[in-house]
Each structure stands twice: as C-alpha cells, then as structure tokens.
Design a protein around this ligand. Structure first.
Ligand SMILES: *Cc1c(COP(=O)(O)O)cnc(C)c1O
Length: 239
C-alpha cells in the first residue's frame, strides 16, 4: 500500500468506527447510514484510492473541480453527489456526471436541472437544501431554501421530467435559533423529512452531518453523512 492509501485507510476506519458507534448509541442499524466522502480540493488520485478502499459515494461542491475529476474517475463504481451552491450556467455540466444534486434551493434551478437532465438523457436525484436560518422567501447565506419553501420545491422537482425527488439536505446553521444547536437543527430537518414523505414517499434521504457533527446527525436520524476533513485531512482555507 502507498503511504497515502494507508493514511486514507486509517482515517476511513476511524470515521467508520464513529458512525458505527453513533448508530449503536442511537439503536440504529449501521446500514441505515450511508457515508459520503466529500473529496473537494483533493485530487482524482485520492478518489481512486477511496474507491479501492470501498467508498461508493463521493461529493463535490464546485463544478470546475468536479467535472474533470469525475471524468478521470468515470471507470469507478461511484455515485457522485453535488453539494455546492449551483449557478444555472453550470447545470448542464453537472448533469453530465452527478447522480444526485443535494443543493436544490429555488424554482429556477429545478427548471434548469430538468432541461439539462433531459438533454443528457439522464435521471437526476434531487435533494431540497434547507437553510434552517433563512426567512420565508429568502435563501441561506450558504444556499438553501427556507423551510416554508420545501413543499413547493419538492412538488416542482417531482413534476419535472428527468428529475426525481429523493429527500432533503442541510448544513447546520451558524446563525438564527439553531446556531450552536446542531442536534436540534438535525432533528428539525428529520421532522421536515417526515412531512415531505407524506407527499413523496420515495423521498427518504436525509443528508446531514459533517466531520465535526456526524454523531449528532446520526442520533437525529440522518440517512447520509457528508464527511470531508475527517477522511482526507484539513483542506486549504478555500474549500
Ligand atoms: C465541505 C462540505 C462538507 C464536508 O465538511 P467537513 O467538515 O470537511 O467534513 C459537507 N457538506 C458540504 C455541503 C460541504 O461543502
């Protein structure tokens, strides 16, 4: 094994241990939680090593970096998640490689994704990104729709050709009533998820929790955790 592969194997095992312990503590089966490794700022060679080590879900947040990486790794059995704020002029590119877009937060993006998915002859899974600190009608500072917009956006996705509504995603807010209360924030997301599933039974994904707070997300009921730093190491400031 190369040094880098051994390093990644070790950090993956550590994260796996954390997820396993969090599931056990919450009385959940390990299979209820999927690890998505956020590979942003790291090279395609790391994605390849991760796939070798058994990782099946990776996430990226900038199309400029993700598109060439996904192309370089097209032979690997990976599901690609897009988790960043998405401009409509990038949608055509993203629809070429992403399987799931986790950052759907406005009607215009739904329209653009639908057209791009159809153009590419692909079906895209969509998660509505919720900003728990956004006021009704506004978006969060890191993207995301206000909770009041969830039903409308989910209905739009479900009705859009080429798109599928798979669930919702959040990033723990830094401001507002949930600032510093990650577990309460994730519990609120799970509550929104049960309302969403009443109308869209297939929308079962709850994507929440990162390196620092994955245990809280698992305790709250997340089905997908997005872990970057704890697997790949600290990123340069930009990422
Ligand atoms: C970078 C990123 C993550 C991973 O964050 P870490 O703290 O490195 O685990 C998760 N979700 C989103 C949306 C991100 O942009």
């Amino acid at each position: 094994m190369t040094d880098r592969k051994a390093e990644l194997a070790e950090s993956l095992a550590r994260v796996e241990g954390r997820i396993g312990a969090a599931c056990a503590a919450a009385g959940r089966a390990r299979e209820e939680v999927t690890l998505i490794v956020v590979t942003k700022t790291y090279p395609a060679s790391d994605v390849r090593l991760l796939a070798d080590l058994g990782v099946r879900h990776v996430a990226e947040n900038r199309d400029q970096d993700a598109a060439p990486k996904a192309a370089a790794c097209a032979d690997l059995p990976l599901t690609w998640h897009f988790v960043g704020q998405l401009q409509t002029n990038k949608v055509r590119s993203v629809a070429g490689y992403a399987h799931i877009v986790q950052s759907v937060d406005r009607p215009k993006l739904v329209t653009a994704l639908s057209a791009a998915a159809r153009g590419a002859g692909r079906e895209l899974g969509c998660l509505v990104q919720i900003a728990l600190d956004a006021e009704a009608g506004e978006r969060g500072s890191r993207g995301g729709a206000a909770p009041e917009q969830l039903a409308e956006l989910a209905d739009l996705v479900a009705a859009a050709p080429g798109l599928r509504i798979d669930g919702l995603m959040t990033v723990a807010p830094l401001a507002g009533q949930f600032a510093g209360r990650e577990q309460a924030a994730f519990e609120q997301l799970v509550e929104l998820s049960s309302r969403l599933r009443a109308d869209h039974p297939g929308a079962t994904m709850v994507s929440a929790g990162m390196s620092a707070d994955l245990e809280l997300a698992v305790a709250a009921g997340a089905t997908h955790v997005r872990v970057g730093t704890a697997v790949l190491g600290a990123r340069p400031r930009l990422g």
